[in-house]
Design a protein. Structure first.
Length: 505
């Protein structure tokens, strides 16, 4: 294993030699929740020879700005929401029924091209899809096998029993590789691809009890912190994994990740989730070395791997200020109450999408709202409508969002209602107003030139402006009277103004 590791380090150094600068800079912020989970055992500085994704891949990721996250799996059948997490709390008979959904699931309404057309209408540039969530059900054609699983209704109580199954969509009545269809369709529509993959697997008994798991062991009960287990979970206690079980777990985990990175064409990002704990970190580090050699340009989400990751994802909130790191980030946030399909879900609205997109991009991040299709593979019409309204807004204002960068320091905002983005050369600044500014737009942090032209995005006329002397020497733009009538504005919410050229800041 050590010889193989040295060989991989040498190969990675050759393949990714150009990304040394990224290697030095990419560090998770100390406040990141998942970093806190692993910082005691994952070294802050990756081992010599490891390289992050190259600068051009990081740059392309930063250009995305607007993306969509799709959680889909057996949990969509019952429509309870919250992905496969409820499995931890189910009684044993319900767990067994959940596990057996794989034998009947047949999402006949799924159409990968229709999904991509919807994404395109919504203006998203990247999608993330759950290739495998914590439940362990693979939505791709894995050639790996599960050889030990839990029988939740075995006589005398739950028991680990032998089996021989992929536990994948290919063994369901549907028998179609969903990941392949989505990846192929995404390339046809020029949409970037992220595949989500859960480190823990609650179906394969070899994975017990790394991270949250419905099965406990003597070791995990004695030191829940080390294993990251959830004491609230209802389950049963089994023997600690034997060395051969741990070896099988590591091998299958690694093999599935290799399948995703080699069988489906270019994968822009791999969205890892959760963690495996200190006992498995040496093996997981070796997995990351092998994956980097296979996919030098793929960005790895930092969950479970610390600073070996290329990007991280604040979840369920937009950071209140610019993040204190150069590591790219993507805010993930459910549009409804859950990341996955929930019967009678309540969605936050297109104005919420647009406002948070603008706020996130001004701070330097990407924004990825999440929805989930139902058991048949169809999205809630209200969720579709809200995304498409955001897409209509982006048709008017996209140049102020896509491929932009944040201004320096605290210049990403003025007050509570103005956000800024800029072109990469800094010579064009976009002022995005979260509230209608009224007769004039006054800006204190923008330095115009004699040639500065101000344009209200969605219109073609140049707006008059003046440099007003005073305490802040404000740059004041006059907004024509006709736009004081909301019906005459090019969009219903968040109005953007292009100021170009300006003195870069």
């Amino acid at each position: 294993m050590m010889c193989e590791g040295r060989w991989l380090l040498g190969l990675i150094a050759c393949v990714c030699a150009g990304s040394a600068r990224a290697q030095e800079e990419l560090r998770l912020p100390a406040t990141d929740v998942h970093y806190k989970r692993v910082r005691d055992y994952v070294e802050d500085t990756p081992v010599p020879g490891y390289r992050h994704a190259p600068d051009e891949a990081l740059e392309a990721f930063r250009d995305v700005k607007f993306a969509i996250r799709i959680h889909w799996g057996l949990y969509s059948v019952w429509g309870e929401g919250h992905e496969s997490w409820p499995l931890l709390k189910y009684e044993n008979d319900k767990r067994q029924r959940y596990q057996d959904l794989s034998k009947t699931w047949n999402p006949h309404g799924f159409d990968a091209d229709e999904w991509m057309r919807f994404f395109q209408r919504s203006g998203v540039r990247m999608f993330a899809f759950t290739a495998k969530h914590h439940e362990g059900f693979s939505l791709f054609d894995t050639r790996t096998r599960v050889v030990r699983r839990i029988d939740w209704t075995a006589p005398g109580g739950p028991a680990i029993v032998p089996c021989d199954e992929a536990y994948s969509v290919m063994e369901s009545p549907f028998k179609r590789d969903i990941v392949r269809e989505l990846c192929d369709a995404a390339r046809r529509y020029d949409i970037r691809t992220t595949l989500y993959f859960s480190h823990p697997d609650w179906h394969d008994a070899d994975f017990r009890p790394y991270c949250y798991h419905p099965v406990s062991t003597a070791a995990s009960k004695a030191d829940a912190g080390r294993f990251g287990t959830d004491k609230r979970a209802k389950g049963f206690t089994a023997a600690d994994p034997a060395p051969e079980e741990k070896a099988r777990m590591v091998a299958r985990h690694r093999a599935q990740l290799k399948e995703l990175l080699t069988n489906y064409g270019k994968i822009d990002a791999l969205s890892l989730d959760m963690w495996m704990g200190p006992d498995v970190w040496p093996e997981l580090r070796e997995t990351m070395l092998e994956l980097r050699a296979l996919a030098p340009n793929t960005l790895f989400r930092a969950r479970g791997i610390g600073n070996y990751g290329d990007y991280y994802t604040p979840e369920g909130f937009v950071p209140g200020a610019k993040e204190n790191t150069s590591m790219p980030w993507m805010c993930i946030y459910p549009l409804g109450k859950s990341f996955s399909f929930m019967t009678n879900d309540v969605f936050k609205g297109s104005a919420w999408i647009i406002t948070n997109l603008v706020d996130t991009v001004a701070k330097g991040g990407n924004f990825m709202p999440a929805i989930g299709p139902d058991a048949d593979g169809r999205f809630d019409p209200e969720a579709v409508r809200e995304f498409e309204e955001a897409g209509a807004w982006l048709k008017v204002n996209g140049e102020a969002i896509y491929a932009t960068r944040p201004r320096t320091g605290d210049l990403w905002r003025e007050g509570a209602t103005v956000r800024f983005t800029r072109s990469k050369d800094g010579k064009t600044v976009y002022a995005l107003c979260l509230a209608w500014p009224g007769q004039t737009l006054s800006l204190g942090s923008v330095q115009p030139t004699a040639d500065t032209v101000v344009t209200f995005l969605g219109t073609t006329e140049a707006l008059s402006w003046k440099r007003e002397a005073g305490g802040r020497k404000e740059f004041v733009v006059r907004i024509p009277e006709k736009y004081q009538d909301a019906a005459n504005r090019p969009c219903k919410t968040v109005w953007a103004f292009r100021l170009s050229p300006v003195i870069p800041q």
